[in-house]
Design a protein around this ligand. Structure first.
Ligand SMILES: *[C@@H]1O[C@H](CO)[C@@H](O)[C@H](O)[C@H]1NC(C)=O
Ligand SMILES: *[C@@H]1O[C@H](CO)[C@@H](O)[C@H](O)[C@H]1NC(C)=O
Ligand SMILES: *[C@@H]1O[C@H](CO)[C@@H](O)[C@H](O)[C@H]1NC(C)=O
Ligand SMILES: *[C@@H]1O[C@H](CO)[C@@H](O)[C@H](O)[C@H]1NC(C)=O
Length: 405
């Protein structure tokens, strides 16, 4: 039936539906209750089914604004069945005037990104002369206006493509990663978006990594970061990431994080085909899938079990949507049932079909994206169909079924 309707018709129906019922699905803010994220008011489960959207790369401009009006991009996210965006940012945009106080036009001009600038002038002219900070806020507002929730993700300190072990953004004390400046950035963001109910969570840092990693500095700095966010904006969930590119939280098994922040602490982990094992094609799928699922359980998913269970969001996963990467294809056949079985909250990598600029190139394509290069249509509708199993709330607690613990 939907296939016969135009995208526009479907769109209108959906918007009517959202405006009638969207506001009643849950009321923000969110909290944790055992392993679930819940609506603070009713205690019912709210499952975050997010899409990553990058705004942390060299330009610091949210990607894709050269392709069409922002509200059209956001409407596509809703139509594709996601209920939230993990919007990335770079610390320097909030802490250094020579970064954050540039306008969108100045930022693109300084990198000779003429086509991107012209595209934004055509499709989102209202953003062109805003400071990067104000433009980011405009994106947050546009996302909220369409009923989507947001996780604001501190992806890097210095804006650039992420993540390499020795890129200076990997761990506390790295060249660009000053712990004090990081706290300052988290505090700025917590304060700036306080009172915007669509911002339901802030993640502390994407993919800590590199030779400087150590547990004592992890515990002290992450504790300070969490407290800084929570004391500035007590409404948001605080996402705590581990070591080794967001794979490893296993150390919390012996030494728990120790903060609950009034039921606001959520853990986050990543899982791609190139994590854990490279054996996707050399072993039977059952065996390699079992091994990876066990490893994911040991390193992160154990957190949703036991007496001190807490929520875990799989905040990055995804594949080359063109289907040409055999490792990715086999991994995805393993990941889908594993994540559905645990009924985790998640954020798929990724929305953006292209970048203004990435790793020395203007206008490169992103093949892990749900949208095509022009941000026009789904790259592969079958990919979206396969994701619907994760978009359902499979298990969960309703307010009526809450039991005293
Ligand atoms: C940008 O400028 C405004 C006022 O002009 C100031 O309040 C803000 O702190 C500056 N941003 C940064 C990152 O310094
Ligand atoms: C932009 O173009 C100017 C003039 O051609 C050149 O001098 C400058 O190095 C370029 N900047 C970048 C970041 O490519
Ligand atoms: C942005 O500012 C430039 C220069 O100040 C001006 O020429 C241009 O018209 C402005 N663009 C918009 C869309 O406001
Ligand atoms: C944070 O990490 C740095 C390493 O750069 C370390 O010196 C410091 O003691 C850690 N803890 C705090 C609270 O800054």
């Amino acid at each position: 039936m939907f296939a016969k309707m135009g995208m526009k018709t479907l769109h209108v129906i959906l918007l009517i539906f959202l405006s009638l019922f969207g506001a009643f699905c849950y009321s923000l803010p969110l909290s944790t209750r055992g392993r679930w994220i819940v609506d603070s008011e009713t205690g019912s489960r709210v499952k975050l089914t997010c899409l990553n959207w990058a705004a942390h790369i060299d330009t610091m401009v949210t990607e894709g604004l050269h392709t069409q009006p922002i509200k059209d991009i956001v409407a596509k996210v809703t139509l594709m069945g996601f209920n939230c965006i993990r919007l990335t940012y770079a610390t320097f945009m909030w802490t250094r005037p020579d970064y954050g106080n540039k306008t969108v036009a100045q930022s693109l001009d300084s990198m000779n990104l003429t086509q991107a600038r012209e595209g934004i002038a055509r499709n989102n002219p209202q953003l062109l002369n805003l400071s990067l900070q104000d433009a980011y806020e405009a994106v947050v507002d546009a996302i909220g206006a369409n009923g989507l929730m947001l996780v604001l993700d501190n992806h890097v300190s210095k804006p650039m493509w992420c993540c390499a072990s020795e890129d200076g953004n990997g761990f506390f004390g790295d060249m660009f990663f000053d712990p004090k400046e990081w706290i300052e950035g988290l505090t700025q963001v917590a304060s700036r978006f306080k009172g915007k109910p669509q911002v339901v969570a802030m993640s502390m840092r994407n993919e800590l990594r590199g030779p400087r990693q150590n547990l004592p500095d992890w515990y002290t700095n992450m504790t300070e970061g969490a407290k800084a966010i929570h004391s500035t904006n007590p409404d948001v969930l605080v996402l705590v990431s581990g070591l080794n590119f967001d794979l490893d939280l296993s150390f919390l098994n012996t030494t728990p994080f120790g903060l609950t922040l009034d039921n606001k602490v959520v853990y986050e982990a990543h899982w791609y085909s190139f994590d854990f094992t490279q054996q996707w094609q050399t072993q039977p799928l059952n065996r390699v899938c079992g091994q990876c699922a066990d490893e994911f359980q040991r390193e992160a998913a154990f957190l949703i079990t036991g007496d001190n269970a807490a929520p875990l969001i799989l905040s990055e996963f995804g594949v080359d949507v063109r289907g040409v990467n055999q490792d990715d294809n086999r991994y995805f056949n393993c990941l889908l049932p594993t994540v559905a079985d645990k009924d985790l909250d998640w954020a798929l990598w990724t929305l953006q079909g292209s970048y203004y600029y990435r790793e020395g190139k203007a206008g490169p394509e992103e093949v892990y994206s749900v949208l095509d290069y022009n941000w026009d249509k789904p790259r592969d509708p079958k990919y979206l169909e396969r994701l619907t199993i994760l978009q359902q709330t499979i298990q969960g607690i309703m307010s009526s079924s809450l039991t005293e613990s």
